[in-house]
Ligand binder design. Structure first.
Ligand code: GLU
Length: 444
C-alpha cells in the first residue's frame, strides 16, 4: 500500500510551534513509511487567508528541512467541493436550513434553560414546501447541514487507541454556508479522498470532527484513512501556551538564533516517553521515530528547554556541518572548535571572529600589571600550552592568583569576562596581537 500524509495549515498567520510540530510528525511518519506528504493550504477563509502567509509557511517548513510531495490549495478546488455537495444532496444527506443566527441562538438558549444539550433539533427536515417557499420569497438563502447517522463512530487511533464518539449527541454540522461557501469539513474530506491520503495526523482538537468526517468519507463512498490525534502542547506550568511561549512564530525563533534542528530535535520527542536528544539532521530523527511513542497526555513546551538544546546542538556541530553557513564565512575549523563551546546562538561567532581580529577597547585596564604579564609571555609562537606556562610565570612574578590573575588577562585580551578557554584563544589571537593588547599598543 502506498502511504500519503498531509499537513493542512490555514494561511491565516505564521507557523508557530504547535503547527510546526504537526508538520514535523506528518513528515517523519511519511519518511518512516516511505510515502509523501501533501502540503495543503486550507485557504477557504478568503477574509483571513493571505498569499503572504501561504509563502511564509512554505519558507518556514523549508527552514525546518521539511519537504512536500505536492502543494495544494483549497481555493483551487471549488469544482470538486461542488460535485461532492451534489452527491451528498442526492443521497439525502445534506439538507437545507433557513434559520438565522439569532433564531439558532434563541433555540440554544431555550435548550440550555431546560437543561437540555444544545443540539440542533433538525426542524429544517420537517419544513413544508410552503414554508420553504415563504423563506425563499423573503430572500433567505439556506445553509446546508450534513445529516449525521446518530450512532457511535469508532476507530483505532494511532495515538489514542480505541476511540468511540457518540454522534447522537452532536448537532448536524453545517457543511455549506448560506453564501454557498463550504466550511472546513467538506473540503478537508474531499481533499483527503482526491489526494489519496492514507493517514491523517492532526491535533487532538479534531477528535470529534473525525467522527463526522468518517461519516462523510463513507457517504462519499471512499475508504476511511488511518487517524492519529496528537495531544496539544501546553506551557511549562501545564497551562495553555502563552504568547511568549508557544504562539511565538518559527520566524521569531529563527530571528533569535534558534536552529531548525534544535526545534526538530525537541518537537519530535516532546510528548513521547523518549528523552529529548540533540539531533544534527532529520535522518537521525527518522531512525528512532515511531508515531506510537506519542502519549495521550498533553506535552509541555518550555522555551528554556529549546534554548538549552540550541546551545547543546551548537556545541556539538562539526565544522563540516556549519562551514557553509553565512555566519561562518571567514572562519576555519580551528576557530570553530575553540568558539563553539561558548555559543548560545550561531550569530555570536561573529563577535568572536571580530574579537580575534580587532583589539578590544582598552578601558578600565591595569596596565602596570599587564606590562609585567607581557614581559612573562613565553618566546616564540603561542600554542595551546602557552597559557599555562605564561600564567604560572605571571603568578610568580606578580603574586596574583586565581581570578585576580586570570580575569585582567582575559579582559585585556578579549574585552569580555567570559568566553572560550584562554589556552585555546591565545594561539588564535597570536603573539603580535596579544602583546598589543597587553601593552596599550595600536588599535588593530
Ligand atoms: N486547517 C485545519 C487546522 O489547521 C486542518 C485540520 C486537519 O488537519 O484536517 O486545524
Amino acid at each position: 500500500m502506498t502511504v500519503k500524509f498531509r499537513f493542512a495549515p490555514s494561511p491565516t498567520g505564521y507557523l508557530h510551534v504547535g503547527n510546526a510540530r504537526l508538520a514535523l510528525i506528518n513528515w517523519l511518519s511519511a519518511a518512516k513509511l516511505g510515502g509523501g506528504m501533501v502540503l495543503r493550504l486550507d485557504d477557504t477563509d478568503e477574509e483571513r487567508s493571505t498569499e503572504e502567509y501561504a509563502e511564509a509557511i512554505q519558507e518556514d517548513l523549508t527552514w525546518l528541512g521539511l519537504t512536500w510531495s505536492e502543494l495544494k490549495k483549497q481555493s483551487d478546488r471549488t469544482a470538486a467541493y461542488e460535485a461532492a455537495t451534489e452527491t451528498l444532496k442526492q443521497a439525502g444527506l445534506l439538507y437545507a436550513c433557513y434559520e438565522t443566527g439569532e433564531e439558532l441562538d434563541y433555540k440554544r438558549k431555550r435548550q440550555l434553560a431546560r437543561k437540555l444539550p444544545p443540539v440542533y433539533d433538525r426542524a429544517a427536515l420537517s419544513l413544508s414546501a410552503e414554508e420553504i417557499a415563504a423563506f425563499e420569497a423573503e430572500g433567505r438563502k439556506p445553509h446546508w447541514r450534513f445529516k449525521l447517522d446518530q450512532v457511535v463512530v469508532s476507530w483505532e487511533d494511532q495515538v489514542r487507541g480505541a476511540v468511540d464518539v457518540d454522534c447522537g449527541s452532536m448537532s448536524d454540522p453545517v457543511l455549506i454556508r448560506s453564501d454557498g461557501r463550504p466550511l472546513y469539513h467538506l473540503p478537508s474530506v474531499v481533499d483527503d479522498i482526491d489526494f489519496s491520503i492514507s493517514h491523517v495526523i492532526r491535533g487532538e482538537d479534531h477528535v470529534s470532527n473525525t467522527a463526522l468526517h468518517i461519516q462523510i468519507f463513507k457517504a462519499l463512498g471512499a475508504a476511511v484513512p488511518e487517524f492519529a490525534h496528537i495531544p496539544l502542547l501546553m506551557g511549562p506550568d501545564g497551562g495553555p501556551l502563552s504568547k511568549r511561549e508557544g504562539s511565538q512564530s518559527l520566524r521569531e525563533m529563527r530571528e533569535t538564533g534558534i536552529e531548525a534542528m534544535a526545534v526538530n530535535s525537541l518537537l519530535a520527542r516532546l510528548g513521547t516517553s523518549d528523552n529529548v536528544e540533540v539531533r544534527h539532521n532529520l535522518d537521525q530523527i527518522i531512525e528512532g521515530y515511531d508515531i506510537h511513542r506519542f502519549s495521550r497526555a498533553a506535552a509541555k513546551f518550555d522555551p528554556a528547554e529549546l534554548s538549552n538544546l540550541n546551545a547543546k546542538l551548537l556545541h556539538d556541530l562539526s565544522w563540516d556541518e556549519v562551514k557553509d553557513r553565512p555566519e561562518l564565512s571567514g572562519g576555519d575549523e580551528n576557530i570553530w572548535n575553540v568558539i563553539r563551546p561558548n555559543l548560545t546562538k550561531l550569530a555570536d561567532v561573529e563577535e568572536w571572529f571580530s574579537i580575534l581580529k580587532k583589539n578590544p577597547p582598552k578601558t578600565g585596564l591595569d596596565f602596570s600589571f599587564l606590562k609585567k604579564a607581557a614581559d612573562c609571555l613565553p618566546d616564540g609562537e603561542l600554542t595551546a600550552e602557552s597559557w599555562k606556562i605564561w600564567t604560572t610565570a605571571v603568578k610568580e612574578e606578580t603574586g596574583a592568583k586565581g581570578k585576580e590573575l586570570f580575569m585582567p588577562l582575559r579582559l585585556a585580551l578579549t574585552g569580555k569576562s567570559h568566553g572560550p578557554e584562554m589556552n585555546n584563544l591565545l594561539p588564535l589571537i597570536g603573539r603580535e596581537k596579544v602583546l598589543e593588547r597587553l601593552t596599550g599598543g595600536d588599535e588593530g
